[in-house]
Design a binder for this molecule. Sequence first.
Ligand SMILES: Nc1ncnc2c1ncn2[C@@H]1O[C@H](COP(=O)(O)OP(=O)(O)OP(=O)(O)O)[C@@H](O)[C@H]1O
Ligand SMILES: [Mg+2]
Length: 357
Amino acid sequence: MTISHINIHHFRNIDYAELSLSPHFNFIVGNNGSGKTSLLEALYMLGHGRAFRHAQSNRIIQHEKPELVLFSQIRSVNQQTRTIGLSKSKTGDNRIKIDGDEGFRLTDLAKLLPMQLITPEGFELLTGGPKHRRAFIDWGCFHHYPEFITLWNSLRRLLKQRNSLLKQTTCYQQLLPWDRELVPIATKISAFRADYASHIFPEIVATCADFLPEYQLSCYFDRGWDEDTDYADQLIKQYDRDKFINYTQQGPHKADIKLRAYNIPVEDLLSRGQLKLLMCALRLSQGEYYAKQMGQSCIYLLDDFASELDQTKRDLLAKRLKLANSQVFITAINEEQISQLVDENDKIFNIKSGIID
Ligand SMILES: Nc1ncnc2c1ncn2[C@@H]1O[C@H](COP(=O)(O)OP(=O)(O)OP(=O)(O)O)[C@@H](O)[C@H]1O
Ligand SMILES: [Mg+2]
């Protein structure tokens, strides 16, 4: 899918914009505070129903305006056109329309417009807590295994119930009815994650060999509890500790991906620029694997493309993105940063105080 047009009303400092987009590279160029990241957020919102910097709609809706509205046309690989309309009001009224019809959920948007976001804050994927790496692996599971999202929602519900039940139980037997439901779901979720990991890890290692040839990367999936123990046995084993803090301490909600080079965690070894490149390698591998499997590509959003990267690394990343043959949005503070990347099929948008031309 590619986004061919977008109309933006009252989104952060963008009062109104109507843009016709390239299916290849789109560059957004402007000074600090001009609205580059805001434009990327508007695009991101089409595929997620929310912006990536603040969860609260009120912060995203333009000051002193009651609501924001986004309208876009998207095009599939077979040139079929569809429309997405999205509005959010300060009173909490949220609407999603696909081809003019209402009643859609955020997961419908995510399926329609798969995106890979690369921002300067995206380091969190490597340096932040496990939830960022779980989100990475779950993005893949969501797109590649249709049952995953239902299982994931059930897991969240069951764990919440289990944790509140722990406050009342006096022995493990009282948890058994819940755990009988929880165990098969946890096991299936972990199997999907492990399967996805087995496909995506070789892709990440290969991309890393291209981006950071000085390191040999190793990736390991930690499912969130002991590898040799059934989850049913694990829950019995950990009951006393769980009861003590009223919280299920191990399980798929604790899964993680460990990334190492020279057997040292990457976050302790690599420089900031190298970490950024590795983060890009993960996102690109995921996007490319998606394209290979699904026959359609992801949209890439890259905020502040040049930050932390020297010219050679920028060229490397750009070359790989060009090869992916996907729609790409890149922000930069001046045209010099991108001049070598622009082809005849690409578009450059200049943005100044929220006004785009
Ligand atoms: N709800 C809002 N209403 C109006 N303006 C807003 C709102 N939220 C943020 N802004 C303003 O939007 C402007 C653009 O911010 P944005 O982060 O998009 O800039 P940028 O071009 O990405 O800058 P930088 O190069 O520093 O990253 C900021 O000056 C900010 O104060
Ligand atoms: Mg910005």
